[in-house]
Write a protein that binds this ligand. Structure first.
Ligand code: SAH
Length: 250
């Protein structure tokens, strides 16, 4: 290649590089913009550690569960009006008249589930995605069903932005479970169930655990452990209050 044709070739390259460079800049802005609002500060981290202490005082013992709660920026799962309350041990409203569960309840249910790395876990009631994030932090393969389309869409977009990647988020009716992915090591229901849906029991592995609050106005936290194809052990753990598990999609 002589000197002139070398310069010609370089010029051509530069000409084609420009539009790509512009494209790159605009992509970067598109991806960065929402991230600007996903801020986690030292103040939030400090408040989170205080919350972890509160949970220890209330009897939560599982270190992996406590450190998951210590890691997850709960304030980012809430509507901006409630930001200052994010690290109180309380439930708060989210979209579609639903709630993000109280951290103690999340910790208590997760502890009962005994999640191990790579456990296959089904959650009923994705809601804000906070419980799903706790399960992801524990290394579980997470499947989660939500019946409210608005929440399903919002949370499906939001979780990956924080780096949480459940195996599948499903818009559907949790009463039916998720037959095509069964059996599960654990199933966790995060809404108050008036009765125990049969499909959830039958989609457990032998040795698997179903954690479900059962009741109408007040729910009894209930753990079923599958002992054989038709044998289940049942344990009860006192009263909790959840929004109701409703049938069908919305
Ligand atoms: N795990 C959620 C808690 C959300 S509250 C969190 O961490 O934020 C309970 C959720 O269960 C609500 O979002 C509600 O819409 C959902 N839900 C109620 N009945 C359901 C059903 N049959 N199937 C799937 N989701 C259901």
């Amino acid at each position: 290649m002589n000197k002139n044709s070398f310069f010609e070739a370089e010029k051509r390259k530069r000409k084609y590089k420009k539009p790509f460079e512009l494209l790159h800049v605009s992509f970067t802005f598109k991806f960065l913009k929402p991230q600007l609002f996903l801020k986690d500060t030292f103040k939030h981290k400090g408040l989170r550690q205080q919350l972890v202490k509160v949970l220890i005082d209330k009897g939560i013992k599982d270190d992996a569960v406590l450190s998951a709660i210590g890691n997850i920026p709960r304030h980012l799962f809430m509507d901006s009006g409630f930001l200052d309350h994010a690290y109180q041990d309380k439930a708060f409203p989210i979209a579609a008249d639903q709630t993000i569960s109280q951290p103690y309840t999340v910790a208590f249910q997760t502890e009962l589930l005994q999640v191990k790395k790579e456990s296959k876990i089904l959650e009923i009631g994705t809601g804000s995605g906070y419980q799903a994030a706790v399960l992801c932090e524990l290394g579980a393969k997470v499947y989660s069903i939500e019946r409210q389309q608005e929440l399903f869409k919002k949370t499906s977009k939001f979780l990956p932005k924080l780096g949480y990647r459940p195996k599948k988020l499903i818009f559907g009716d949790g009463y039916k479970g998720l037959k095509e992915e069964a059996p599960f090591d654990g199933i966790i229901v995060t809404a108050g169930a008036p009765f125990v849906p049969k499909p959830l029991l039958s989609q457990l592995k032998v040795g698997g655990r179903l954690v479900i609050p059962v009741g109408d106005d007040v729910q009894v936290m209930t753990l079923f452990i599958r002992k054989g194809s038709k044998e289940f052990e049942k344990h009860e753990f006192g009263d909790f209050r959840f929004v109701p598990l409703l049938e069908d999609k919305n």
